[in-house]
Structure formats: structure tokens, C-alpha cells
Design a protein around this ligand. Structure first.
Ligand code: NAD
Length: 243
């Protein structure tokens, strides 16, 4: 009953992983507030306080925090997008927008909670990063930079908020958010765990990091990728070919 009547905010929870995180908190009896730019999906969510808005906008974040009626025990910075990179001419504005969603919003939301005295005692903040903070495909600079940024923001905030909140990040690997996932056997074998990840894999890790069981963990990043990023592949291994 650790989460009963505690207040969790999840950004970008109208779909995908965030939706699974919101549902996991609801299952545990928490009060859940969601902010998402997707009004249609957000308004269909049941048993959550839904706030419609783009977290890239400073004024939206300020209005959102003003709308909160109880202190926040858990802040889950989940929302992010990518707008590609160097090879497809990702513009200054596109690159900047991704950083506003993925890095500046988590920072500014935290400052607003602090200024408005809305961070509950022993709070926990979980930032959703990505294994792409540590490895890349070509043309992914906007997203990778945001994910690297949020991993570093995590340990910086953990130190600044010592005694007020624990701050950790999760780096998911390949998480299939489709309603009916379709994967090849090769897709699965690429993961030492033998399968693709599910949103629940991330949601359960979020609950763990917010729980008192994780009371000695702060400033840490946990990779949840079924071991995909640990598999070393040489040319011609497993039929993999660069030729
Ligand atoms: P998704 O696209 O399915 O859902 C993202 C949600 O965030 C949507 O509801 C969207 O409307 C919302 N959102 C996007 N921009 C927003 C904004 N500016 N303001 C408010 N809401 C906004 O994404 P997902 O796959 O569920 O990913 C969730 C998080 O997990 C992201 O941070 C993503 O980078 C990370 N992640 C996902 C994977 C994966 O394989 N799915 C892997 C690694 C990391």
C-alpha cells in the first residue's frame, strides 16, 4: 500500500510507455495527474487528472503546476520526441524543440514544483532516457542529445535535491508500444533476454525506483533493454553483415 493516495505526475502518458506507467500507479492506489499534448487520447484516460498541453512551452508548464491541488510525491518525466539529425537537415528550431520537450521541461517542471512548494517530502523523480543516450544509429542527433542530456540532468538534480528527492533515470531499449506487436525471431534473438521489451517492463522499474525499496538509489541510470546494448556483434556474427 506504499503508493496509496500518493500523487504521481506522468508527462506524455496519453499513449505508450507513459500510459502504462500511469496505469501502474493507479493499480497501486496512487492519485495520477497526466499532462499530454494529445487531447483525444488523454481525455479518454480513466481515473486520472488530465491536463492538455505542450510541455515544450514554458507558460504551459507554469499553468500546469498552478493547476495542481496537492503536493507531488512522484514526478515521471516520460514525454519525448525525435526530429532526426545531421543527415536529414534537422533545423535549429527542430533540434531546439526536442531539447525543450526532453530536457528543459523536466528541469523547469522541477523548478516550478520547488518554487510553489509542491514537492512532497521524500519525493522521487524518474526521468525516462534511452539506450540512445549511449549508442546511436545515423541521423538521430536531436533525440540522442536530449537523452544524453536527461541522463546528466538526472545525476545533477540528484545532488542538488539531496534530502528532498531521489532522482534516477531509466534507459529503455526497444520497447514495443503497439497493441499487437509483431516481431521476427531474429528481432528477439538480438536480445539476450530473448524478447522485445513491453511498456510494463518500464512501468514496473519506475514503481521500483519510486518505492522505499530503492531508498538508497539516487543519481543512477538503469538500463532496461533485455541486454540488447550489451550484445557485442562482429561482422559475420549471427549472420550480421556490413558488406
Ligand atoms: P509515444 O510516442 O508512444 O508516447 C509519447 C507520449 O508523449 C504521447 O502521448 C505524446 O502525445 C506525448 N508527447 C509528445 N510530445 C509532447 C509534448 N511536447 N508535450 C506533451 N506531451 C507530449 O512514446 P513511447 O514510445 O511511449 O516513449 C515514451 C518515453 O520512452 C519517451 O521518452 C521515449 O523517448 C522513451 N523511450 C521509448 C523507447 C521505445 O522503444 N518505445 C525506447 C527508449 C526510450
Amino acid at each position: 500500500m506504499e503508493f496509496a493516495n500518493k500523487h504521481a505526475i506522468v508527462t506524455g502518458a496519453a499513449n505508450g510507455i507513459g500510459c502504462s506507467i500511469a496505469k501502474a500507479f493507479l493499480r497501486e492506489g496512487a492519485i495520477v495527474t497526466v499532462i499530454d499534448v494529445d487531447k483525444t487520447s488523454g481525455e479518454k484516460m480513466q481515473n486520472v487528472n488530465f491536463f492538455h498541453g505542450d510541455i515544450a512551452e514554458k507558460s504551459v508548464l507554469e499553468k500546469f503546476v498552478c493547476s495542481l491541488t496537492q503536493p507531488v510525491d512522484y514526478l515521471i518525466n516520460n514525454a519525448c520526441i525525435g526530429r532526426r539529425g545531421l543527415l536529414s537537415g534537422c533545423s535549429y528550431e527542430d533540434f531546439e524543440y526536442v531539447q525543450r520537450v526532453g530536457v528543459i521541461a523536466p528541469y523547469y517542471l522541477t523548478t516550478q514544483l520547488l518554487q510553489n512548494k509542491l514537492l512532497a517530502p521524500n519525493a522521487a523523480i524518474v526521468n525516462i532516457a534511452s539506450t540512445r543516450a549511449f549508442q546511436s544509429q545515423p541521423d538521430t542527433e536531436s533525440y540522442s542529445a536530449a537523452k544524453g542530456g536527461i541522463v546528466a540532468l538526472t545525476h545533477a538534480m540528484a545532488v542538488s535535491l539531496a534530502g528532498l528527492a531521489r532522482v534516477n533515470s531509466i534507459s529503455p531499449g526497444w520497447i514495443d508500444t503497439a497493441e499487437t506487436p509483431k516481431h521476427s525471431e531474429a528481432d528477439k534473438r538480438q536480445h539476450p533476454a530473448g524478447r522485445i521489451g513491453t511498456p510494463a517492463d518500464i512501468a514496473e522499474t519506475v514503481l521500483y525506483l519510486c518505492s522505499s525499496q530503492a531508498g538508497f538509489i539516487t543519481g543512477e541510470n538503469i538500463t532496461v533493454d533485455g541486454g540488447m546494448s550489451k550484445l557485442m556483434v562482429y561482422h559475420a556474427d549471427y549472420g550480421w553483415s556490413l558488406g
